[in-house]
Write a protein that binds this ligand. Structure first.
Ligand code: ATP
Ligand code: MG
Ligand code: ZN
Length: 282
């Protein structure tokens, strides 16, 4: 046997040339993933001069739908990771989720202290609004920032739209930075981005000694978002009177607190400071 006949093999010579005007025999394929039947298809192409047929697909209908869903899930997860990366979250809080926070709280807290935190957790977790927000209020170290970050991440996942974390003290400090125009520009950009974002978290919203400019900007931010019907999550240590006092230069008649009553219902985040519990003291 010479080399050429070995290459062609005995079957090669028996193959009939396909008839240009008849569809070829339809043969079924085997799904690469599940071994099931895959359906081939044929079409008539004038330009190609007759019937052409397409190889049976590598995946059956069920497996290809599954592969499509999987690709969509991966795409959604990647888009979410991108949104989280762009939200400007504080590094120490960025890894938290509601599930992680619940598990960690149950390790550190007990009794009524745990129950109180769980009530706040439940309210933050149930918040799913696209038009109103929350005011997370409570003493220092009770996990307010963490809950706000969890709610922001949940929203980013559900909505697949941009959200933003803004620290009011950071904005305030940047606005007050002497001879640092780039810091002022950063603060103004952050406030502007906050107006446009789908959701904003303003952390330490009513921090003490806010500059008049910062007070005005924050009141304007909340007002604007409320008027636009966009949600805002506010985080603060301050109670109602303290909020009014800390914004009195921008809002001498205390209108802000009044607007917050319906726009950002209060979630009390009370109990022992996680910082103290972690340090081993109680
Ligand atoms: N559910 C939780 N389980 C365990 N640790 C937590 C939990 N929530 C927050 N922490 C930790 O407790 C510390 C304080 O949390 P966080 O910054 O959210 O509190 P805060 O109420 O915002 O405090 P502050 O009023 O000082 O801003 C952080 O180190 C955080 O990692
Ligand atoms: Mg905080
Ligand atoms: Zn299959």
């Amino acid at each position: 046997m010479n080399a050429q006949s070995a290459m062609l093999g005995p079957e090669a010579s028996q193959e009939r040339p396909p008839c240009p005007s008849c569809p070829p025999e339809i043969t079924e394929g085997i799904c690469r993933r599940c071994g099931g039947v895959t359906k081939p298809w044929v079409y008539y192409a004038q330009v190609m001069g007759g019937w052409r047929w397409v190889e049976p697909p590598e995946l059956c209908e069920r497996c290809s739908a599954q592969a499509e869903r999987r690709a969509e899930a991966i795409e959604r997860r990647d888009a979410y990771a991108d949104l989280v990366a762009k939200a400007g979250l504080p590094t120490e809080a960025s890894e938290w989720t509601f599930a992680k926070a619940a598990a960690a709280a149950a390790r550190l807290k007990t009794g009524e202290d745990l129950a109180a935190w769980q009530r706040a957790w439940e309210q933050a977790r149930c918040w799913q609004s696209d038009s109103f927000g929350l005011l997370l209020q409570g003493p220092t170290g009770t996990g307010k920032t963490v809950l706000a970050v969890c709610a922001l991440k949940g929203w980013l996942w559900r909505r697949q739209a941009p959200g933003l974390y803004v620290s009011a003290p950071a904005v305030n400090a940047a606005l007050g930075a002497k001879r640092r125009p780039e810091r002022k520009a950063w603060a103004r950009e952050a406030l502007e981005a906050g107006q446009a974002a789908g959701l904003v978290v303003v952390d330490d919203f009513a921090v003490e000694r806010l500059l008049a400019e910062a007070q005005r900007a924050l009141v304007a931010l909340v007002d604007r978002r409320r008027a636009d019907g966009r949600p805002t999550l506010l985080v603060t240590n301050a109670d109602r009177e303290q909020i009014a006092a800390r914004f009195r230069r921008a809002d001498p008649h205390g209108r802000l607190a009044d607007r917050l009553a319906d726009y950002c219902p209060t979630v009390l985040v009370e109990g022992e400071s996680f910082r103290r519990l972690m340090a081993g003291g109680a």
